[in-house]
Design a protein around this ligand. Structure first.
Ligand code: ADP
Ligand code: ADP
Ligand code: MG
Length: 471
């Protein structure tokens, strides 16, 4: 078993990995840039090292991180999600320096991170993919030709894209002409690669993804699926496991496809295979070669600790479970509580958390790195807390979600929590039948009234009186 792990990440996922290490008697090492000096992952880990003044560059410097791991006597690095988690060079440098990278091999990361290469591997493995271009596009003329063949609407995508960026829907040749240079420039800026490709746009699809685990001995299993159709601008807001809208046959089918996909590329460690589902059609979309933000809900329905499994697999141990050992129970929902103002076009709302009380009670889990008095720095992602609820059946899970959201007190920044309450009351959502158009087709859910917390009002009055009295 690994003995000491450097966590090359921050925020809630770094805390999540520290927790797994603590339960496995593995020493955890945190890293931080100066704005994160007071962050929770730094307090929670067994050791912590600074990566310098710059808020971001330290988290993105593979050599520096691997050097630190070596100096600190670590035998492994966990990359979390985001940052360098899907950077094949990082995995190669680890391998060169004798540090175990907790994830798949560098060539598998590279092969799956390139979306056109991933499509080609899936076609070869007999996994259905969305109709699209044969590899990357060389110019706009080729794009127009391919789009004409597959038919509009089409999706123009950055080959190295991620995080919902570098994707544009084009409904006509004119739109494709307009979007082509934009996606190229966005891809170049965000991902350092100008390569783009085309896919048929699946209208009103469900985003269904399957969690897989594969060990170094070639065994692979799936932990069923998550429904991530509740998205805004291709970014997930609420995730659900299992999907309330798959038949048992579809569920087994996507699970088997995901295992086939993982085995076909020699996958090792935890990964997620994403599909678009419409009616009875299922299309491979991409594979994420890392732990995912929403791994929590799969943990709640299956009882499998995914981060623990990642560490065991990286230690060379066989999977703890066979496919027939995996069952799921009830429904879990994850709400991504973002420090954003939904009423102001989801503008990020950074600042000091003046008060935070975690929700609790039965079937409630929070994964976060915030605390009262913590200041959310403006340099990173706006997600500040993951609220996860579980219940035996769908309706109860929805009601539990509403109760947990109202239990929570998070003051000082604007969040998406009240907006989620509106979604939870919406009949289309409650019916369990929704697709990726749910958020854009329900703009009225943003018309909620902001109820101010009575104690916050009292505090504001007290502050005003104190100021008036010159206290
Ligand atoms: P510092 O030394 O950086 O000021 P502290 O240890 O005083 O940090 O912690 C500051 C705040 O962080 C505490 O008031 C508490 O709210 C939060 N905190 C610290 N450690 C933990 C912990 N283990 N779990 C939850 N919150 C914590
Ligand atoms: P990322 O790497 O940014 O996660 P994905 O390829 O997974 O990009 O796509 C993100 C989201 O964009 C999907 O969940 C889906 O909502 C939408 N999307 C992507 N490809 C298509 C497509 N071909 N048709 C319809 N929607 C799509
Ligand atoms: Mg994706």
């Amino acid at each position: 078993m690994l003995k000491k792990i450097l966590i090359a990440n921050r925020g809630e996922i770094a805390v999540r990995i520290v927790r797994a290490c603590a339960e496995m008697n593995i020493r955890s090492v945190a890293v931080y840039t100066e704005p994160d000096r007071h962050a929770l992952h730094v307090k929670r880990a067994d050791e912590a090292y600074s990566l310098g003044e710059d808020p971001l560059s330290g988290y993105l410097d593979p050599r520096r991180l691997v050097n630190l791991a070596v100096q600190a006597g670590c035998d492994a690095i966990h990359p979390g999600y985001g940052f360098l988690s899907e950077n094949s060079e990082f995995a190669s440098i680890c391998a060169e320096r004798g540090i175990t990278f907790i994830g798949p091999k560098a060539d598998v990361i590279a092969g799956m991170g390139d979306k056109t290469q991933a499509r080609a591997s899936m076609i070869a493995a007999g996994v259905p993919v969305t109709p699209g271009s044969d590899g990357n596009l060389s110019d706009l003329d080729e794009a127009l030709k391919v789009a004409g063949e597959i038919g509009y609407p089409v999706m123009l995508k950055a080959t190295s894209g991620g995080g919902g960026r570098g994707i544009r829907r084009c409904d006509s040749a004119d739109e494709l002409r307009a979007q082509y240079p934009r996606v190229i420039s966005e891809a170049t800026k965000a991902f350092g690669s100008a390569e783009v490709f085309l896919e048929k746009c699946i209208v009103d699809p469900r985003h269904i993804e399957v969690q897989v685990l594969a060990d170094s001995r070639g065994e692979a299993i799936h932990l069923y699926e998550r429904d991530c159709s509740i998205q805004r601008r291709n970014q997930k807001l609420i995730e659900i496991a299992p999907s309330p809208q798959l038949t048992p046959e579809q569920r087994n089918y996507v699970g088997e496809l995901a295992v086939r996909a993982a085995k076909a590329v020699g996958y090792e460690n935890a990964g997620t295979v994403e599909f678009l589902v419409t009616g009875h059609e299922v299309y491979f979309m991409e594979m994420n070669t890392r732990v995912q933000v929403e791994h929590t809900i799969t943990e709640q329905i299956t009882g499998v600790d995914i981060v623990r499994e990642q560490i065991r697999i990286a230690s060379g141990l066989p999977l703890s479970y066979r496919q027939e050992d995996i069952s799921y129970r009830g429904y879990a929902l994850q709400f991504r509580i973002n420090a954003e103002d939904p009423k102001n076009n989801f503008l990020p709302s950074f600042g000091r958390i003046t008060r935070y009380y975690a929700p609790g009670g039965p079937g409630v889990r929070t994964d976060t790195a915030i605390y009262t008095g913590y200041t959310i720095p403006p340099y990173f992602d706006s997600m500040c807390l993951k609220l996860v609820v579980w219940a035996l059946n769908w309706e109860d899970a929805l009601d539990r979600g509403a109760r947990a959201l109202s239990d929570m007190r998070l003051q000082g920044v604007k969040t998406t929590a009240a907006y989620y309450q509106e979604i939870l009351q919406n009949p289309d959502f409650r019916s369990g039948q929704f697709n990726t158009s749910f958020v854009p087709s329900h703009p009225e859910l943003l018309n909620y009234s902001e109820k101010r917390d009575p104690s916050e009002v009292a505090l504001a009055i007290a502050t005003a009186i104190a100021a008036y009295a010159g206290l």
